[in-house]
Design a binder for this molecule. Structure first.
Ligand code: HEC
Length: 113
């Protein structure tokens, strides 16, 4: 359905990867950094996705660093369900299992102190 949407970031990351390798160090590619990128791409229009207590762009969308988010992701495990069916005016988002795992890893990393 959203196949084309995946092609562009992939090509971009290949291009960036090439540059980074020529230039020396590249930032660590971990589940958290990948999940962070997915959150910025797919969720940040409505949710505050960065660490800290910033308010979400869209009223009522829970900030990813909030306790409520932690419960939804970690305890209820509803992330896959929410993205597949869509929620609150957001169309279903095509995220594959790997992207969901990364997203969850990123959200959980916000709550580890
Ligand atoms: C079009 C805006 C929009 C986008 C894009 C969006 N959300 Fe939401 N989301 C909302 C709103 C609004 C709420 C809160 C609704 C309420 O509780 O009244 C919400 C609630 C949630 C909740 C809590 C749900 C619950 O029942 O407790 C989770 C988890 C969540 N969003 C995850 C995500 C993730 C992950 C993404 C990106 C893949 C995302 N959202 C993208 C608008 C959005």
């Amino acid at each position: 359905m959203f196949r084309h949407a995946h092609t562009v970031p992939l090509l971009m990351s290949l291009a960036l990867g090439g540059c980074a390798m020529a230039g020396g160090h590249r930032s660590a590619d971990t589940p958290q950094t990948r999940g962070h990128a997915t959150a910025q791409r797919a969720c940040a229009a409505c949710h505050a996705v960065e660490p800290g207590g910033a308010a979400s762009p869209r009223e009522r969308a829970v900030p990813f660093a909030s306790l409520e988010m932690r419960h939804t992701v970690g305890l209820d495990g509803r992330l896959a369900d929410l993205t597949r069916r869509g929620h609150y005016g957001m169309p279903p988002i095509a995220l594959d299992a790997g992207e969901l795992t990364d997203l969850q890893a990123y959200i959980e990393s916000l709550h580890r102190d």
